[in-house]
Each structure stands twice: as C-alpha cells, then as structure tokens.
Design a protein around this ligand. Structure first.
Ligand SMILES: NC(=O)C1=CN([C@@H]2O[C@H](COP(=O)(O)OP(=O)(O)OC[C@H]3O[C@@H](n4cnc5c(N)ncnc54)[C@H](OP(=O)(O)O)[C@@H]3O)[C@@H](O)[C@H]2O)C=CC1
Ligand SMILES: O=C(O)CCC(=O)C(=O)O
Length: 418
C-alpha cells in the first residue's frame, strides 16, 4: 500500500502550485508555507476511576497577516503536529478566499472521545483551555468546532477562559450554543456552504444541481447537513457513509430519516430504507454526478482517484484529496471545487458570530443565511474569474491564486518589522 500523504506537505505543495502563477518572491512564499508558532502540550487529567489520563494536544497559529488566528479544535486519535499545521494553513487561505478578516489557526487533542465520559471530556477540555489561555483571545486567536467537537466543548472553552481572565469575552470562541452567545445558522453553516458551492458549480458547468445524483462520505456535522440541503435543492442522495460503512439507494435516501437512525443507533449502517450496504471506500467510486467527501484528509489517493466515477467533487472535508489524486483527477477532467471555498461557511458564520458577540447585537437565521450566501457566491465568482484569467490547471489552484494574493498584499501593505 502507498504511504499515507502528509497533510502538511500537501498544503505546501498546493501553495507552491499556485505561487507559480503569482509574481511573489520565494522568501515571501516560504513564509506562507510555515506556521508562525505551534503549541504542543501534554494534558494531565484525573479520570473517573481515579487514574491519571495523559493527552497530547496542539494549537498551531499559522499566519495572522489578515487578522486574528482562527480555526477549529479537533478530537481524534490521528491528530498530529503535522495535521494541525496543515489544517491551520488551510484556514489562512480559506479566510482569504471568502474575504473575512482572519488568519489561520487550528488545534487538536489526540483522543478518541468515544472512550471517555462526559465529565472526563469536560475536565480534558478545561485543561486544554487553561493551556491555551495565554495564546487565545477575542483579538488574538479564536477556536471553533471541528471533528468530534461542537457547542458543548466551545461552551466549556469559553467558560474556562472567562473564569481565568475574570471577564466576559463571548467572542473568544465561536460555534457556541445560542444561549452562550452562539449564532443562528452556525451548526448548519459548513454544510450550507457546501450546498451553495455545489449549486454554483453545477450552474457554472451548465448543469443543474437539482438533477444531480450525490454520494456523501461522512455523516457528521458537515456531511449530513450538506446531504440534507442538497436534497432540499432537489438532488437525489443515492449514498452516504460514516466510519461504519456506506448505505445506498438508487431512488434516493431520506436524509432526515438516516440522521434519525444514526442518532438512535450510532451509525448509518442498518438503515432500513437502504437497498444495499457496502464499504465506505466503495462509495467514493460510485457513478454519481456529485461526490462530497465530508470526513477526513486523504480519503482519495492516487489509486482511488483513477476509479472515481463522479463528474464533480465538492470538498466539505479539509484536505480529502492527496496532491497525487488531484493530479489524476485534473488529467481525467473531473471538476474539483476545493475545501477552502466549499467548507468556508463554517468560518464565515463564525465570523458573523464574533461580530454579533462584539456588538452584543444578534441576527436572525434568515439574515445569517442571506449574508453567508452572498459571501460564498462572491468568492465563487472570484475563483472562477481567476480560473479564466490565469492558465491554471484546476479550480484549487485558482482558489489559491486568489487567496495567496490577498495574504501577500496584507503582509506587504502591513509592512515588515523591523
Ligand atoms: N464542523 C465544522 O464547522 C467544519 C468542519 N470541516 C471539516 O469537515 C470534515 C468533517 O467534520 P465534521 O463534520 O465537523 O466532523 P464530525 O465529527 O461531525 O463528523 C465526521 C464524520 O466523518 C465520519 N468518518 C470518519 N471516518 C470516516 C471514514 N473512513 N469513512 C466515512 N466516514 C468517516 C464520521 O463517522 P462516525 O459518525 O461513524 O464517527 C462522522 O460521521 C472535517 O474535515 C472538518 O475539518 C470544515 C469546516 C468547518
Ligand atoms: O469556524 C471556524 O472558525 C473554523 C472552522 C474550521 O475549523 C474549518 O473551517 O476547518
């Protein structure tokens, strides 16, 4: 089996690919390929049985030229220093392409949260918040949810920070519950931008997403909402998967009923409305119009890319394609619309949440969704304009051309120190 791609090297390759189309010096590009700083820490937390749990945790602050570091916190056994570095770099270019005033950061704890009680997870999260406290702040670095974290963890982070700082600072994290200062529409935002990107992509390609058949890998926050909103657009969701495997129905799955089944049983497997079940990997090579990877990095490598049958890929996950897979799909003329645009709804509505927190003035869901749509449609146009203007091989490189140019301009116009 081929060696797993290192996501940090993937990010660096993506930056280099786009830099070839920009008139920017090598040292400035090099600066855009390395994080500013990475916190690595070991959390010591008492477990329910009285033993001492030890957990490695990271926070990478990649680049702050366009604003405070911003990005989620992931709980997963595969979290690593290089994964967090890559994810924080992707945040830089994501914020830039949608034009929101943030840099990029990302954090994570090496943990399988399913093995711990809620009380243990709270102590672990509060221990991490204590380590993060000197680095984060409403104008410094603003965490948010990612894989296996959500409103609950964000509330604990905020509460710990505010207690230690003896202040109120709701904008120190986003993705909070509404009662703790969260924004309407944040839970749905990542899936919503995926749907909007797919809608714009199909229209750009002279097609209609309402007529598309769709397969979605991953049925968590990003995947299930994307599936649900695409179904609402009229698309037929023929297959979805989670870590237990994939379910399939040629006539279309009822996404809400699948969600209810997963809430009750823990997985999509066993959903009675499915005609058949197969491995999660098989879902990625189904003959569908649209494939939405919404799980983890490196879902599609070079070998699998040769077997992809979808016409269009819209990336809800961060980094689901290895650079080699990207090359194969470009050669095979499969249109890939990149993560830094397609899942940018999460950070965009996080930005709206932060604005609302700073103003202590809250918007209704319609306003959030309308503003999000405008941001994504504008960014999509910026991306396709760059695709047409530069002789780039694919939409990912076009997105990076736009994003890198914006970060470089902020750096150069902001001046260098000393
Ligand atoms: N949450 C957010 O706001 C944002 C998330 N993202 C990105 O979206 C992706 C998903 O995150 P999110 O939805 O938040 O995370 P969740 O933890 O909510 O969901 C992750 C989903 O992926 C599934 N999964 C894991 N491994 C596999 C696999 N091998 N095959 C199929 N499915 C698998 C999980 O299965 P199971 O349920 O069985 O565990 C789960 O359904 C990540 O790349 C994340 O960085 C991007 C922007 C914002
Ligand atoms: O909402 C945010 O700030 C960031 C979400 C995130 O981690 C991501 O976009 O990958």
């Amino acid at each position: 089996m081929a060696e797993e791609a290192n996501p940090f090297e993937s990010l660096q390759e993506q930056v280099d690919d786009a830099a070839a189309y920009l008139d920017v010096s090598e040292d400035v590009i090099d600066r855009l390929k390395h994080p500013q700083r990475v916190l690595e820490t070991n959390l010591s937390v008492e477990l329910d049985d009285g033993s001492l749990g030890r957990f490695r945790a990271f926070r990478s602050q990649f680049n702050g030229d366009r604003g405070p570091y911003k990005g989620g916190i992931r709980y997963h056994p595969n979290v690593s220093r290089d994964e967090v570095k890559a994810l924080s770099g992707w945040m830089v270019y994501k914020s830039a392409i949608v034009g929101i005033p943030y840099g990029g950061g990302k954090g994570g704890i090496v943990i399988d949260p399913r093995e711990y009680s809620e009380a243990e997870l709270e102590r672990i999260t509060r221990a991490f918040a204590t380590e993060l406290r000197p680095l984060i702040g409403e104008d410094r670095d603003i965490p948010a949810p990612d894989v296996n974290t959500g409103q609950r963890e964000m509330n604990w982070l905020k509460d710990t920070y505010e207690t230690l700082e003896n202040t109120t600072a709701p904008g120190v994290v986003t993705g909070k519950a509404i009662e703790s200062g969260g924004s309407a529409g944040r839970v749905e935002a990542t899936g919503r931008s995926t749907m909007l990107t797919a809608r714009e992509a199909f229209s750009y390609l002279g097609r209609d997403v309402s007529e598309a058949t769709v397969a979605v890998q991953g049925y968590g926050n990003a995947g299930w909402i994307a599936a649900n909103l695409l179904e609402e657009q009229g698309a037929t969701i023929t297959a979805v998967s989670d870590s237990s495997g994939a379910i399939h129905s040629e006539s279309g799955l009822d996404t809400q009923a699948v969600r209810n089944h997963k809430d009750e049983t823990g997985s999509v497997a066993g959903y009675e409305g499915a005609a058949e079940e197969f491995s999660g990997e098989e879902l990625l090579t189904l003959d569908v119009d649209l494939l939405v990877p919404a799980a983890l990095e490196n879902a599609i490598d070079e070998e699998l890319a040769r077997e992809v049958e979808a016409d269009v890929i819209v990336e809800a996950a961060n980094g689901p394609l290895t650079p080699d897979a990207d090359d194969v799909l470009t050669e095979r003329e499969v249109d890939v619309f990149p993560d830094i645009l397609a899942n940018a709804g999460g950070v965009t509505v996080s930005y709206f949440e932060w604005v609302q927190n700073r103003q202590r003035f809250y918007w209704d869901e319609q306003r959030v969704n309308d503003e999000l749509e405008e941001v994504i449609v504008t960014a999509f146009e910026d991306l396709t304009d760059a695709y047409e203007e530069h002789d780039v091989p694919n939409f990912r490189t076009a997105a990076y051309v736009v994003a890198i140019d914006r970060v470089v301009r902020a750096f150069e116009e902001g001046g260098t120190f000393p």
